[in-house]
Design a protein around this ligand. Structure first.
Ligand SMILES: Cc1cc2nc3c(=O)[nH]c(=O)nc-3n(C[C@H](O)[C@H](O)[C@H](O)COP(=O)(O)OP(=O)(O)OC[C@H]3O[C@@H](n4cnc5c(N)ncnc54)[C@H](O)[C@@H]3O)c2cc1C
Length: 495
């Protein structure tokens, strides 16, 4: 798993755990042996001449990695161990200038391009076979202005860095629930988290985004500049360019919240789910509850209500009192704790390098039939590798108009996720097939899905999932990426 580094200056940046200075020195010494076969943008093979690759290498400040070189195998690994792809070249960018150079090289040589920040794409879209992987993971170093309540976050930063640097000043914005996830991919696709009901999606908190577009230009997108692009970047994923930096609005919050799990035996699962759904409907924005059915290795399955109350602590105790008393939990571990600590509690359970598969969909109404199918399927799970999560949404997320940003699913009350993680790669097919079969009778009760956790969805499904925002996204795509250079994502196809 990539080592977490909390740094506040670019000098401390790390390339996949290797200090940048060492990586730069290694790159300078890296010889290019000869011409290099590579994959074209539209598929099919091309050959990059040795001199073209050498020129490219010389024009980068960060390392350019080729197969067989030190660091190459580490750099092509992403979070999901099931993904095993081999780019022809990996450009480990040290800043926006390297990103511009990489985009220009890809365009000039008609190369397939993958863009990587945190590498947590479940479907592995941040790495490609044969093309150029533009890797931003060395671009780190969050800066917070506590007076202006803003955070500046480079394209490769992880959520844990954003949380930690912001909380130093008692500030926060919405970030996901696992601290080693990349800020870039998460935010461009929306961004749910424990503060979402209070402050909106991560993308709702963007003030501006720095972007390198497909023509190799550096632009800033905000409500004042390139406003249409700014609209598309908030939910439209990586379709319109490579985001090299994000400016977030921060809010006063914490550093102590009321949080942790209430754990119930599986025998109470229906009662807990029904209570949760009803209670969630009238919960204040400060309260986020995620409900999970899990079976830790060697233990019986259990139901967990994970609480995060981010407002006044005394008030929070009163708000959550009914959750503590509606039934008898096996354990009640809800207590005042640092927000940053709660934000890392799921890190180990979601470690990088294991094999993962996921199905998910938004739920607007939890009907009894959905719960019937959910429980019947879970009970039948032969491998007990599956985790079911109902992540609470609504609140501030739902108060943004569907067409105010590219993210359309504002009416969802929950995100329902069925996911499996296992170590033994020989079981990949078995677990994947099981999760698909479990998901099939659940899907009819969902409405749309979260692009950031989708795997292998058809173009028709992607188009439908953007809903009424799709035509506007196509216009943006025509303008900013007519050749579809950036297509390893929930792709908006140019007309
Ligand atoms: C363990 C885990 C926990 C998660 N928890 C949450 C959660 O709580 N809330 C939530 O909303 N989501 C969550 N997600 C989903 C998450 O939002 C996506 O996996 C997201 O894509 C991760 O971003 P990344 O930068 O790490 O991914 P990457 O794999 O680097 O990239 C993902 C996609 O974004 C594109 N991309 C990456 N960086 C850039 C960039 N700088 N510019 C343009 N395009 C770019 C890539 O090309 C790719 O298509 C979780 C995922 C995992 C694996």
């Amino acid at each position: 798993m990539q080592r977490r580094l909390f740094v506040s200056s670019l000098l401390g940046a790390a390339a996949g755990g290797i200090p940048l200075a060492r990586a730069l020195a290694a790159a300078a010494a890296t010889p290019i042996a000869g011409d290099l076969p590579a994959t074209r943008l539209a598929g099919g093979e091309t050959v990059l001449t040795r001199s073209a690759v050498k020129d490219f290498q010389a024009g980068l400040r960060g390392p350019l990695l080729l197969a067989g070189q030190d660091g190459y195998d580490r750099a092509r690994q992403v979070w999901n161990g099931m993904i095993d792809r081999r780019p022809a070249l990996i450009a480990q960018c040290s800043g926006p200038a390297d990103v511009v150079r990489s985009v220009q090289f890809a365009r000039a040589n008609d190369l397939l391009v993958a863009v990587r920040s945190g590498g947590h794409s479940t479907s592995g879209q941040s790495v490609c076979d044969g093309g150029l992987m533009i890797d931003l993971s060395a671009m780190r170093g969050v800066r917070v202005d506590p007076k202006a309540k803003r955070a500046w976050v480079p394209g490769g930063a992880l959520l844990g860095e954003l949380d930690r640097e912001s909380q130093l000043f008692g500030l926060a914005t919405t970030a996901g629930t696992v601290s080693h996830t990349g800020a870039a991919g998460l935010t461009l696709g929306g961004g749910f988290g424990r503060l979402g009901r209070r402050f909106g999606l991560s993308c709702d908190n963007l003030v501006s985004v720095d972007v390198v577009t497909a023509d190799g230009k550096f632009l800033r997108a905000s409500n004042d500049e390139n406003r249409d692009l700014f609209w598309g970047l908030r939910g439209g994923g990586g379709n319109f360019g490579i985001a090299t930096g994000f400016e977030y609005r921060l809010h006063e919050m914490g550093p102590t919240i009321l949080g942790g799990p209430l754990i119930f035996p599986f025998s109470q699962v229906r009662e807990v789910l029904e209570f949760f759904v009803e209670f969630a409907a009238t919960a204040p924005d400060e309260l986020n509850i995620d409900c999970a059915i899990v079976a830790p290795p060697g233990a019986k399955p259990m139901v967990v209500l994970e609480i995060c109350y981010s407002g006044d602590l005394a008030k929070g105790e009163k708000v959550i009192a009914p959750i503590r008393t509606f039934s008898k939990p096996l354990a009640d571990q809800v207590k005042p704790m640092p927000y940053v600590k709660l934000q890392t509690t799921a890190d180990a359970a979601n470690a990088a390098g294991r094999n993962y598969y996921i199905k998910s969909g938004f739920v607007e109404q939890v009907v009894p039939e959905l719960l019937d199918n959910l429980l019947a399927g879970y009970s039948a799970d032969p491998g007990r590798a599956t985790i079911v999560v109902l992540q609470q949404l609504g609140g501030a997320i739902a108060r943004v108009r569907t067409d105010a940003t590219a993210f359309p699913h504002r009416g969802a009350k929950f995100d329902l996720l069925v996911l499996g993680g296992w170590d033994d790669a020989s079981q990949n097919e078995r677990h994947t097939a099981w999760i698909k079969s479990y998901w099939a009778p659940l899907e009819p009760y969902t409405r749309g899905f979260y692009f950031n956790t989708s795997v292998g969805d058809s173009q028709e499904k992607i188009r439908a999932n953007f809903g009424a925002n799709y035509p506007r996204l196509v216009k943006l795509k025509d303008r900013y990426d007519p050749a579809n250079l950036f297509h390893l994502n929930a792709n908006v196809q140019p007309s």
